[in-house]
Design a protein around this ligand. Structure first.
Ligand SMILES: *Cc1c(COP(=O)(O)O)cnc(C)c1O
Length: 385
């Protein structure tokens, strides 16, 4: 496979950018293929809400299209509008539901398919379709145990039996969402599956969808006719440790300094326990490098004692003291003073620093790390689009 390098042009000047966000489209496409294979014979959608989990719909959507993905999920209509610019003939489902007939009109104008989350949504869409004299497609979301959005199971079953109400809708997908898919042994998974099958059976000949990334690995029953992976596209499959990461994040060293044991570092003055070489990197919490991932001994949180860290010249370099808005300080003593220079790039996420570890250090999950990535990085796209 050819590997092309080019500038994705997010407008950030690479010479002064605090960091570089590298997106490997070959790795993304390999993840999609693996998920599609695991989902087969079900089709595999791409969940690209929140600007494709922070990576950029502008590059992610075309890459998924090139792998044959034709169904996309976003959270908000504005996100759907952006996806539509890159995907003429794809089906774009919007999870937010409807709030009024005005919003329904917006969905129709943008050729977006609303996910109806309540009987109110059902009524709004039916009325809207009657008004325009055209039964535009919609999806029906049923709550089988997440207790978030969706019709209750009895509401969905009653709708299925009510011919006139149901006949007023062109339902193209019946879906539900699992609450505990990342815990395969959790009894709720099976209970949700059983509830969902009852609803699905009440809507025969309509596509059905239950599994997000983790749900795909619960077994074939969970695949239904369409799977909805998001996170696994961006961070890879659970048991494929050797694969290349889609996301690599690097921060630029803007100053290297020596400091003595007993001196304090950053806000709150975290005291150094040894003479140290410190690298100040231009990345901070305004870039999504979370303050909760500050260095060891910083009384901010109850997460991993060691705090966060990066990777530089073959070594792990811990964060020292608090992460600040624009800058973070790394202990590079073990790399050696001669080897660290202004302009070096410290890997924050990538081959040597798995995103799971970054998340753990900040007491969170990879989803939050990705969707927090700021707009100040220079974004570079590698791999074939
Ligand atoms: C976000 C979301 C997904 C994707 O979930 P992942 O865990 O990222 O795979 C699928 N379905 C719904 C309803 C979602 O909100």
């Amino acid at each position: 496979m050819t590997s092309t390098k080019r500038d994705a042009g997010n407008g950030v000047d690479p010479r002064i950018a605090g960091g570089e966000l590298i997106i490997d489209l070959d790795a993304l496409k390999a993840n999609y293929r693996a998920l599609a294979q695991a989902s087969h014979p079900a089709r595999t959608a791409g969940v690209v809400k929140a600007n494709a989990y922070g990576l950029g719909s502008d590059v992610v959507v075309p890459a998924l299209l090139s792998e044959g993905c034709r169904d996309f999920f976003v959270a908000m209509p504005e996100e759907g509008l952006i996806v539509r610019q890159y995907a003429d003939d794809a089906r774009i489902f919007v999870l937010a539901g409807l709030v009024s007939e005005d919003v329904a009109r917006l969905y129709a104008a943008l050729d977006l398919t609303p996910v109806l989350n309540s009987l109110e949504d059902v009524a709004i869409w039916s009325d809207f379709c009657a008004t325009i004299g055209e039964q535009r497609p919609c999806a029906l979301h049923v709550d089988t145990g997440m207790t978030r959005l969706g019709l209750t199971v009895p509401e969905a079953l009653a709708l299925a039996e009510n011919e006139s109400r149901r006949g007023a809708l062109n339902i193209v997908l019946v879906m539900s969402h699992l609450a505990c898919a990342d815990e395969p042994e959790h009894p709720l998974n099976q209970r949700q599956l059983e509830s969902f099958q009852r609803v699905r059976d009440a809507f025969p000949h309509i596509d059905s969808s239950l599994a997000s990334s983790a749900g795909i690995f619960l077994g074939d029953d969970f695949h239904q006719s369409l799977t909805r992976p998001g996170i696994a596209l961006y961070i890879g499959l659970p048991d494929a440790a050797s694969q290349k990461p889609v996301v690599t994040l690097k921060a630029r060293v803007v100053q290297v300094r020596a400091a003595s044991a007993g001196e304090g570092v950053s806000y709150g003055s975290a005291v150094l326990v040894r003479d140290s070489i410190l690298a100040v990197a231009s990345v901070g919490y305004a870039d999504g490098y979370l303050r909760a991932g500050s260095g060891a001994g910083v009384p901010l949180r109850g997460v991993e004692a060691a705090g966060g860290g990066g990777f530089l010249h073959g070594r792990h370099v811990p964060v020292v003291g608090r992460v600040t808005m624009d800058l973070t300080i790394f202990d590079v003593t073990d790399v050696g003073v001669d080897r660290v220079q202004v302009g070096d790039q410290i890997e924050l996420i990538g081959e040597n620093i798995p995103i799971e570890r970054v998340a753990k250090a900040a007491g969170t999950i990879p989803y939050e790390i990705l969707t927090s990535l700021g707009s100040r990085y220079h974004r570079r796209i590698i791999g074939a689009a």
